[in-house]
Design a binder for this molecule. Sequence first.
Ligand code: GLU
Length: 390
Amino acid sequence: MELSQRILSIPPSATLTMNAKAQELKQKGENIISLAVGEPDFSPPEHVKEALITAVNDNCFQYLPVPGLPALREAGANYFYRFYQVQPEPQEIMFSNGGKQVLYNLFQVLLNPGEEVLIPAPYWVSYPPMVQLAGGVPKIIPTYLEDNFELSIETLKNSLTENTKILILNSPSNPTGVNYSQEKLTSLAQFALDKGLFVISDEVYDQLVYPPSQPASLARLWQNHKDKIAIVNALSKSFALTGLRVGFVLTAAPIIKAMTKLQSQSCSNICSVAQKAAIAALTGDFSFLEGERQKLKQRRDLTLEFLKDLGLKTPRPDGAFYVFPEVKKYFNSHLTNSTALCTYLLERAKIATVPGIAFGDDNCIRISYAVPTSVLEDALQRLKTALNEL
Ligand code: GLU
């Protein structure tokens, strides 16, 4: 059977592929440490797990409204009031299977063939294939390590063409951990809006920002540009619910309606019991995150210390749980790029990381530090030893 051009034109997700490879090697008995996939190591709060168990015991297994239960959409709307003092209507919110499906749906309902999406590099691996699958054209635009990988208005301006439709911003960033200031994020979005673009703000790591840095959001700007901004969030990272697949979006009601129509023809509602757990998460206590942030911050600092000792340049990771060091000084005639270096690290040091090329920068690698501190220490020591052998 001949497969479609559509599917043949995209690669598999590099993050998930690397994680699968690490798991496979582990199962074969190899002592692998995976710093590959972005997955918190803490447990979701008890009240969220209890809500899930109660939903199971209540036989909550039926079809539910495609965009989510009314109480869930209300809880999603209230999230933006709680953290950003913006009160949307529930019909301006919908739930999909993770931030990933929210983004997929958005591109599907917004893009016509040939329309361009500006994607600042380094970018999360799945943006370009999702744009392609929607018939759009991913237009990768550069940012520079010297500028902390932050997009400049100048670059944005120079990247516009008559086909540009969307700009995607992601703060804190996967893979760099860079967190924009509120002022910078707003000014980039405002510039894009002035040029007639739609702005997607991927804010899935907004709860994982390390003081003194503060989370930034386009929620306030959205109030005056409802059909020109979409804000993407999820419970995967903040509530350590990666496998439950709960993502949500804030945008204008007609766009939500279009995404609901699409989702009604693809997967319907998100898992029924997951919706109940998500209501408990979004309406409950967020204070557990204080301790998780502190732990993650310590691990980040530990990682940065190791990288500094190795003389590796890295952008300032004020959020998420990734660092993205520039490793090109280790390239040689055998290890010519980030993929070769990650393969070396996997084979020699038994640590899984993700090649920077998957994020649009072949000079770097991505390290996730969301693993227990003792495991991280072991992994960083292995990294150091293996790199010093080069
Ligand atoms: N977003 C996480 C990561 O970048 C999870 C895997 C994925 O969907 O890419 O590692």
